[in-house]
Design a binder for this molecule. Structure first.
Ligand SMILES: Nc1ncnc2c1ncn2[C@@H]1O[C@H](COP(=O)(O)OP(=O)(O)O)[C@@H](O)[C@H]1O
Ligand SMILES: [Mg+2]
Length: 234
């Protein structure tokens, strides 16, 4: 609910995600690697944020943690004022399903389902009759209006990722997370896909958080943060 007049709203009112002092380490063999060493960040509504950093810098770990997919050792994540990790597992799943869209580097499409069915799946759980229509509309918007009944193996990598982007938007989430969405694509496909993604989130006024190790891509966003040594350095 937005009751605050824009001229009265302070910075906090437009914050859609707030992460405070996130710490996460992994035990490998006999040693602990501290991947997140107390990371804090705030993201505004409709902002397009790019997270950069070398391979192994902790980008995926941070994204998973922000999206409620992996609990941190300590620290908190608030989305729309709701503290994610104080919800029960079932509440967390429901909250994620309603508020969050996620695009993985490897698409994660179900091979036996068509494009239309893959996109519809996250919403079919709720049983809406309009789901297929909405899925078809989204596939149209990502440029696959003529591929509704194709299975993933009948689509190129770029097309599969377009299906994954359409799927991530089916429940009309507030925040879209994308982890190296073009990491498996050649550079011309990459450019076209990023353009589609950026246009879609701008048009639908979504908040977008994209992980990339490509600083050229990162300049497409409103803001860019770089991770190194478990911290945000820029
Ligand atoms: N489940 C895990 N178990 C052990 N180590 C992990 C696990 N997930 C990530 N790591 C380690 O954490 C570090 C950061 O990983 P990641 O977040 O995937 O980095 P990035 O996405 O920036 O490449 C790496 O050293 C990685 O090996
Ligand atoms: Mg990664």
């Amino acid at each position: 609910m937005e009751l605050i007049d824009s001229k009265d709203s302070d910075k906090g009112a437009s914050t859609v995600l707030r992460a405070v002092s996130l710490v996460r380490s992994f035990c490998v063999g006999s040693s602990d690697i501290e991947v997140l060493r107390g990371m804090s960040l705030e993201i505004s509504r409709s902002e397009r944020l790019f997270l950069c950093g070398a391979s192994g810098a902790g980008k995926s770990t941070l994204l998973y943690t922000l999206a409620g997919l992996e609990r941190p050792d300590s620290g908190s994540v608030e989305i729309d004022g709701q503290s994610l990790y104080s919800l029960s597992a079932a509440q967390q799943t429901k909250f994620r399903n309603e508020k969050i869209g996620y695009v993985f580097q490897n698409y994660f499409l179900l091979p036996d389902l068509t494009a239309l069915e893959n996109v519809s799946l996250p919403a079919l759980i709720k049983g809406s009759e309009k789901t297929f229509l909405r899925a078809a509309e989204l596939l149209e918007q990502v440029g696959l209006g003529d591929r509704l009944n194709h299975r993933p193996t009948e689509l190129s990598g770029g097309e599969q990722q377009r299906v994954a982007i359409a799927r991530s938007l089916i429940n009309d989430p507030q925040i879209l997370f994308a982890d190296e969405p073009t990491g498996n694509l050649d550079s011309s496909t990459e450019g076209a896909l990023m353009e589609t993604l950026m246009d879609l989130v701008s048009e639908k006024q979504k908040t977008l958080i994209v992980v990339t190790h490509d600083s050229k891509l990162a300049s497409l966003g409103d803001r860019q943060l770089t991770l190194a040594d478990g911290r945000i350095i820029a």
